[in-house]
Ligand binder design. Structure first.
Ligand code: HEC
Ligand code: HEC
Ligand code: HEC
Length: 403
């Protein structure tokens, strides 16, 4: 053997290439094979008023961020917040006249939510993360999707299929370890109350833990750096954005935040020092006081991790007083929602016909006009004069868009 070191090296090289090829083939098989035999949960839509209300809260908090089209319906779109090295993701049009949720059975939809297995048996990586939703919450989501809500009025086209890159395929197979091995029913939702137990359920159901913990592992609740942030996502302008440290560390986490500071950041999108919490952080404006009490209580119990938030455009500059409105529109984040490809492009149309004062009041505190609005409050970011100049700018933009 030693007389032929070259031959040995080339054999080892060939073995290595074979091993890598094997891993690739296995990953492709896991992602691309049919899962049509995975049983459908025996969960039935909860169409009671309480069920539909809970389902609406869950859908608006968890699903619209990905499935909401430009007209506010669940018509799906290209998911630009997913870094492109993972692949190209398109969410499904849930309002499609022939392929939308109205044509799917409860069992088919419940299986998508519990395991990520689509009605046609393909595995959806994007839908694989809702396995922690309890049976009652899955039933509530189905109830809302079947309630005739405007978001599901038949509309839109079929979305292109998601394409994972090779690296994306390897990451979801070997690092995230996607799997469909979940109980098909019997997953409890703890009683809704200001308790650590309900908070622990909610941070998993709302996937705070998935975004606010770095890495692609599937058991992030047990990660020693759970909730310490630093996970990279892409903001609406295409730049990297990092999630924040939510552990009770005084220096780098939210240890010094009061419960009300926390509620304001999560439900209204403004931090205690007056900065915007930007997309892709969903604005959880539908979470109520009990939800917020419980989530805050739970986050106080996780180990404090001293990990400074990563720089990289994660804090917004306070706007300068002489910035023109078209600059403010982008710099304070309006464009992320109302820009040409934003999820709420046409929601500014009602601005036509409103006075400067009305528009400024709306921009400074939308929830004062419409409780539950998912538009963040800009009080503390903008002064009244800036809000009025933005109001005029947005009204002109709305006219151009045919409002
Ligand atoms: C991270 C983005 C994302 C989120 C959040 C998300 N979805 Fe999806 N969803 C997708 C993508 C992408 C697809 C299309 C399948 C694919 O390409 O993986 C999809 C497909 C589906 C389908 C299958 C449609 C069909 O009949 O083929 C259903 C049902 C669905 N989603 C419901 C929901 C519900 C309900 C929620 C909230 C609990 C939700 N989704 C949240 C990205 C998302
Ligand atoms: C889709 C990913 C995603 C999910 C899910 C998510 N967040 Fe975030 N969160 C972010 C990002 C990104 C930021 C940083 C935003 C910025 O820099 O403007 C953030 C910022 C925050 C902040 C502001 C912290 C600070 O120091 O400025 C709080 C508080 C927060 N999130 C709480 C939560 C809670 C509670 C949940 C679950 C109910 C949650 N997040 C779910 C992505 C997410
Ligand atoms: C997180 C997404 C988001 C951001 C950021 C955002 N908006 Fe909105 N905006 C909405 C939504 C959603 C609506 C529709 C009303 C609702 O759902 O409550 C809306 C409605 C409006 C309206 C119409 C109000 C009416 O009378 O119906 C105006 C005007 C407006 N936004 C201006 C702005 C301006 C200016 C900015 C930046 C300073 C901004 N928005 C930032 C989501 C957003």
């Amino acid at each position: 053997m030693l007389r032929h070191p070259r031959r040995l090296a080339s054999r080892l090289g060939a073995l290595f290439v074979l091993a890598v090829l094997g891993l690739v083939v296995r990953a492709k098989w896991i992602i691309e094979r049919s899962y049509a035999d995975v049983p459908q949960p025996k969960i039935v839509a909860d169409t009671s008023p309480a069920g539909v209300t809970r389902g609406e809260m869950l859908f608006q908090s968890l699903c619209m961020e990905c499935h909401g089209g430009p007209d506010g319906r669940a018509t799906g779109k290209h998911l630009d917040e997913v870094p492109s090295f993972l692949g190209t993701f398109h969410s499904a049009n849930l309002a499609h006249p022939t392929e939308g949720v109205r044509r799917r059975t409860d069992g088919e939809l419940a299986r998508v939510l519990r395991t990520g297995v689509l009605p046609d048996g393909r595995l959806s990586v994007a839908m694989n993360g809702f396995g922690k939703l309890g049976d009652a919450d899955v039933a509530a989501l189905l109830g809302y999707m079947r309630s005739g809500a405007p978001a599901f009025e038949p509309a839109g086209r079929t979305q292109p299929r998601t394409k994972l890159s090779l690296l994306g395929t390897l990451i979801v197979t070997y690092v995230s370890k996607v799997g469909v091995d979940r109980p098909s029913s019997g997953v409890e939702v703890p009683r809704k109350a200001p308790t650590v137990e309900y908070g622990r359920y909610m941070v998993q159901a709302m996937d705070c833990v998935g975004c606010h913990t770095d890495g692609f592992g599937s058991e992030k609740m047990n990660d020693p750096k759970a909730f310490a942030g630093g996970f990279e996502l892409t903001d609406p302008t295409g730049k990297p954005i990092y999630t924040k440290n939510l552990t009770p560390d005084d220096a780098t986490g939210i240890g010094r935040w009061s419960r009300d500071d926390f509620e304001r950041a999560v439900t209204r999108g403004v931090t205690p020092d007056g900065f915007l919490v930007r997309r892709p952080m969903p604005l959880f404006s539908r979470l109520d006081r009990t939800d917020m009490d419980a989530i805050y209580m739970y986050l106080r119990t996780v180990p404090a991790v001293n990990q400074p938030n990563r720089p990289g455009g994660h804090r917004l500059e306070k706007p300068k007083s002489n910035d023109p409105p078209e600059v403010l529109f982008v710099s304070v984040g309006c464009a992320g929602c109302h820009g040409e490809s934003g999820p709420h492009r046409d929601k500014i149309l009602p601005a036509v016909g409103k006075s400067d004062a009305e528009l400024a009041s709306w921009i400074l505190d939308p929830q004062a006009t419409r409780p539950g609005s998912v538009m963040p409050s800009f009080q503390g970011t903008l002064d009244r004069a800036q809000a009025e100049s933005l109001g005029r700018y947005v009204r002109d933009l709305a006219k151009q868009r045919g409002g």
